[in-house]
Design a protein around this ligand. Structure first.
Ligand code: FEO
Length: 220
């Protein structure tokens, strides 16, 4: 009788212990799975989020491309106001191109999970002493942009960000062309040497430069 009474409580005790153990094991599995899940998520985020140094220098480049667009817009407006219609058309288009360069960077940073800082712009120079000064200023600005792009490429290699490095190669080639274009325009102005007839023809011919320039733009 005593053994029979003992057996049910023994079974109950072990069943209770077993169930408690099972519950604890399930809770452990849930927690550990959650930890594994968050660990996987963290690894994925680290893989896809843009490196901070690269993000920072790309935002600087966004600002520089925006300032180029603004700078060339001021030049175009000045050229238009003094009667150089062909030069104004060329520079308006060049300003639009620079905005496209900025947009490509903005979209790239967003696609890579980075944070874009849209820059506020300072007022551009609005008065020039002649076309030589305009295009000298344009060349100096392009050289500054080339140096900045080289720096972006350098940071990409330093941070082993080969995707951004690859993306930036288009800008490297583009800068070669833009600097060459600015130099060839300055060479022509140097030959004209302020001659009014020459400046008239120069202004008329500058419209042809813009066709080449558009043809080199990438397809979005
Ligand atoms: Fe986008 Fe002319 O630099």
């Amino acid at each position: 009788m005593t053994g029979g009474a003992f057996r049910p409580s023994f079974v109950c005790f072990y069943s209770f212990t077993f169930l408690c153990g099972l519950k604890l094991y399930i809770i452990y599995l849930l927690i550990s799975n959650k930890l594994v899940f968050s660990l996987i998520l963290q690894i994925n985020l680290n893989l896809f989020v843009l490196n901070k140094k690269v993000e920072e220098i790309l935002n600087k480049q966004i600002e520089l491309e925006a300032s180029s667009s603004h700078h060339y817009l001021a030049m175009a407006s000045w050229a238009e106001s003094v009667g150089y219609g062909g030069t104004a058309d060329f520079l308006y288009l060049h300003s639009d191109e620079e905005r496209q360069h900025m947009l490509r960077l903005v979209k790239f940073v967003n696609e890579r999970g980075g944070k874009v800082v849209i820059p506020s712009l300072k007022g551009g120079e609005i008065s020039f002493n002649g076309l030589d000064e305009v295009f000298q200023s344009l060349l100096e600005h392009e050289v500054e942009v080339t140096n900045a792009i080289n720096e972006v490429v350098h940071v990409c290699l330093e941070q082993k960000d080969y995707t951004t490095h690859n993306f930036m190669q288009w800008y490297v080639s583009e800068q070669l062309e833009e600097e060459a274009l600015a130099r060839s325009i300055l060479d022509k102005l140097s030959l004209i040497d302020g001659n009014k007839g020459g400046l008239y023809l120069f202004d008329r011919d500058l419209a042809n430069f813009k066709v080449d320039s558009i043809a080199n733009e990438p397809n979005e």
